[in-house]
Design a protein around this ligand. Structure first.
Ligand code: ZN
Length: 232
């Protein structure tokens, strides 16, 4: 009888910390799902429809160039990147940098400068992308901006390696165009890239909406794996 009571006491003592641990884990998991959402791997995202793909190919380079030339810099910077970064401040461009919405890797063939309203557009896109993820219960991810302002000299280098870097008529000369990597994303607060078409499709759907609102032109480039965007 005594032994049984002892055993019972022991069980009670063991049960208390286990119960606390279970309650703690349950609360933590609710909090994680509630405020942050789930990983992109856990959410199925529909493929792009042919109508969506058509919308992403509808405005070719001539549209991008026309708006870039009418609203952007009066003419391309001719010199190399180093010289150009010295004179750039005279042209009202703003420097863009990594923030909570996007990542800017070390740019080799372009400079991280945009006209102020184009830089603002990038943040608005970032916020809208975040909201869209949030609505679907997905944690925040940042996209990658891979090319921004080019100079004539940088475009020459790029042409050697990239068939999509068009001759002398790139909209990237004018401070209103940037490229986003199609499938490279970053979970917020994590430096390891995440490669996925799911996030690309969610981002592209937001861009189609912004294009329909008359805010930008979007071109899905298949050869460079880039999304080419010009702010209107
Ligand atoms: Zn581009």
């Amino acid at each position: 009888m005594k032994r049984r009571r002892k055993l019972f006491k022991l069980l009670v003592f063991a049960a208390i910390p286990i119960a606390f641990l279970l309650v703690y884990l349950a609360v933590r998991s609710i909090r994680t799902v509630g405020s942050k959402g789930v990983n992109i791997d856990q959410v199925p995202v529909p493929e792009l429809s042919s109508d969506e793909i058509n919308q992403l190919r509808k405005y070719d380079n001539s549209y991008h160039l026309a708006i870039a030339q009418s609203k952007g810099l009066p003419e391309p910077f001719a010199g190399n990147i180093k010289e150009t970064s010295l004179v750039i401040q005279n042209y009202g461009l703003v420097r863009i940098d990594d923030n909570k919405y996007y990542e800017l890797p070390l740019l080799t063939s372009s400079l991280p400068f945009l006209q102020p309203d184009a830089a603002e557009f990038l943040d608005i896109l970032g916020k809208r992308f975040e909201d869209r993820l949030n609505q679907q219960g997905i944690i925040a991810y940042r996209f990658s901006v891979t090319s921004v302002l080019r100079t004539e000299e940088s475009q020459k280098d790029l042409r050697k390696s990239n068939v999509n870097a068009t001759n002398n008529n790139s909209s990237h000369y004018y401070g209103r165009t940037f490229d986003i990597a199609q499938t490279r994303f970053f979970e917020r607060g994590n430096p390891e890239p995440v490669y996925t078409y799911r996030l690309r499709n969610i981002l592209l759907r937001e861009l189609i909406e912004m294009q329909n609102e008359g805010l930008c032109y979007v071109l899905l480039e298949s050869q460079t794996k880039c999304i080419h965007v010009t702010v209107r």
